[in-house]
Design a protein around this ligand. Structure first.
Ligand code: ZN
Length: 96
């Protein structure tokens, strides 16, 4: 039912989602770059990012470059794009 309404109106940009993504991007600046830990050589699909306040707490970012990207933090577990995923993509991608 919801999908048929979307088809009639066409796709619209969601301001709420846009603000959530922007907030996650802004929060990346608060995480020290040293909190990004390289994965083991045999598993480049999983990266570790330490909590910005408690370095003994860390999150696993899995498959960051695919549409199945995920993270073990609570924010991502609720279906959101989290700062850990964005940080992994920003730090690992070598765009020139
Ligand atoms: Zn996360």
């Amino acid at each position: 039912m919801h999908t048929s309404k979307m088809k009639k109106r066409g796709f619209m940009k969601s301001k709420v989602v846009e603000q959530l993504v922007k907030a996650s991007v802004d929060k990346v600046a608060l995480i020290p770059p040293t909190h990004m830990i390289e994965p083991s050589m045999e598993s480049y699909s999983t990266w570790i990012v330490q909590n910005q306040h408690y370095s003994h707490v860390s999150y696993k970012v899995m498959h960051p470059f695919t549409k199945y990207a995920s993270c073990t933090c609570e924010w991502a577990m609720n279906g959101n794009l989290c700062k850990h995923q964005i940080m992994t993509i920003l730090m690992v991608t070598n765009v020139t």
